[in-house]
Design a protein around this ligand. Structure first.
Ligand code: NAP
Ligand code: G4F
Length: 353
């Protein structure tokens, strides 16, 4: 009988980490997650699996080498999924040094901790790389061979993470892989990323809990997939015979404007857009009310506007299906979930009145 595997997930409280923990538990892994001290102890995304005897939480921080050496030495994982990051691109312009510390040096700290703990020959490492590496894109669609052109402090930090993974693979023959994941969303997506911001606002507007939604660049294009589908790919990458890097994407592209039209449609509001640039507005066709306006507050000093991935390699080598959940299904899953939340909030409001 083969030995039961032990996995360590950094960023387990995040969107991807929470889905990955569920996925690995369902595969019979002993799962360890790294959490940070916070003033609120409630961890919404993993609340339902805390208490599972195969799920263990440990305090550590990607900016703290000692905590990582201690954690990796104790857990002795067969697989590490490094998902922890300051993951918000716009925020990286406000906290560039912190972003570099965690998203760039944090990767190095994990690799060195694995070596120091004598696990370099046995421990496989997955690094959460990103389509933001392609940034000001030099080719459409983007594939594994497309040159990088990072276009934010976040992307520059992630570029270091990408290359240090490749360096340790070559220099020390470690099983280190990059998943170059394009945007993936879900009902657990952070509320300040554009998709979730839209589904949440559409639902709240529907129930009279919010007046309007302010957005930045409506013409920005993304290759949006469903996070749950992408989690399986992280695992497949570490089960391969050889370590390698993969683009994970759907191969389909939509604008922020298209996402908004569909999300509002899913909650029962038909929108039309009028005007251009900062004067563009999303109007409720039925009432004539302006529900979406553009605010320069959400413009970025440099914005990535044309992401479209080519998942051919992942399809061929990992047998992964990039279009398991369609764009329309993804928007509906998110809109339905937020609509239920808004309905509950409205009911509480009505009871108080
Ligand atoms: P997320 O929801 O923002 O989760 C980030 C996680 O990292 C959280 O658990 C957070 O902990 C943790 N974290 C942040 N700073 C840390 C630190 N200094 N030490 C330890 N943990 C820290 O991100 P996500 O969407 O799940 O993305 C997962 C990873 O994939 C990230 O590395 C992201 O950059 C990358 N990525 C995401 C996408 C996407 O579309 N979602 C695409 C490509 C790549 P707290 O809960 O305590 O804040
Ligand atoms: O939803 P976003 O903030 O995601 P972004 O910048 O693409 O980053 C996400 O995906 C990356 C993979 O490509 C990850 F590496 C990263 O960790 C993160 O998960 O913005 C998407 C687009 C941008 O072009 C932005 O300018 O939407 C545009 N946008 C327009 N209005 C907005 C808004 N973005 C946000 N967050 N908020 C707005 O109001």
């Amino acid at each position: 009988m083969s030995k039961r595997k032990t996995a360590l997930i950094t960023g387990v409280t995040g969107q991807d980490g929470s889905y990955l923990a569920e996925f690995l538990l369902s595969k019979g892994y002993d799962v360890h997650g790294c959490i940070r001290r916070s003033s609120t102890d409630y961890r919404e995304r993993i609340d339902h699996i805390e208490g599972n005897p195969d799920f263990h939480l440990h305090y550590a921080d990607l900016s703290d080498s000692v905590s990582l050496v201690k954690l990796i030495g104790e857990v002795k994982p067969d697989e590490i999924y490094n998902l922890a990051a300051q993951s918000h691109v716009q925020v990286s312009f406000d906290v560039p040094e912190y972003t570099a510390n965690v998203d760039a040096l944090g990767v190095l700290r994990i690799l060195e901790a694995v070596r120091l703990c004598g696990l370099a020959d046995t421990c496989r490492i997955y690094q959460a790389s990103t389509s933001e590496l392609f940034g000001r894109v030099e080719e459409v669609p983007q594939r594994e061979t497309t040159p990088f052109h990072p276009y934010s402090p976040y992307a520059v930090a992630k570029q270091y993470g990408y290359w240090i993974i490749r360096e340790y693979r070559d220099a020390y023959h470690m099983f280190c892989c990059n998943g170059i994941l394009f945007n993936h969303e879900s009902e657990r997506r952070g509320e300040t990323f554009v998709t979730r911001k839209i589904t949440l606002a559409a639902s709240r507007i529907k129930y009279g809990l919010q007046e309007k939604l302010y957005l930045g660049n409506l013409s920005s294009r993304r290759d949006w997939g469903y996070a749950k589908d992408y989690i399986e790919c992280m695992w497949l990458i570490l089960q391969s015979d050889e370590p390698d890097d993969y683009v994970i994407a759907t191969g389909e592209q939509h604008t922020v404007r298209e996402f908004a039209l569909l999300a509002f449609h899913d909650v029962g509001i038909e929108l039309e857009f009028t005007g251009e640039g900062p004067d563009e507005k999303g109007i409720d066709k039925a009432t004539g009310r302006t529900l979406i306006e553009v605010s320069p507050d959400f413009y970025r000093p440099t914005d990535v506007v044309n992401l479209l991935g080519d998942p051919t390699k992942a399809k061929a080598k990992l047998g992964w299906n990039p279009q398991k959940t369609s764009f329309e299904e993804l928007v509906k899953i998110m809109a339905d979930s937020d609509l239920r939340k808004a309905e509950a909030e409205a009911r509480t409001r009505d009871l108080r009145q």
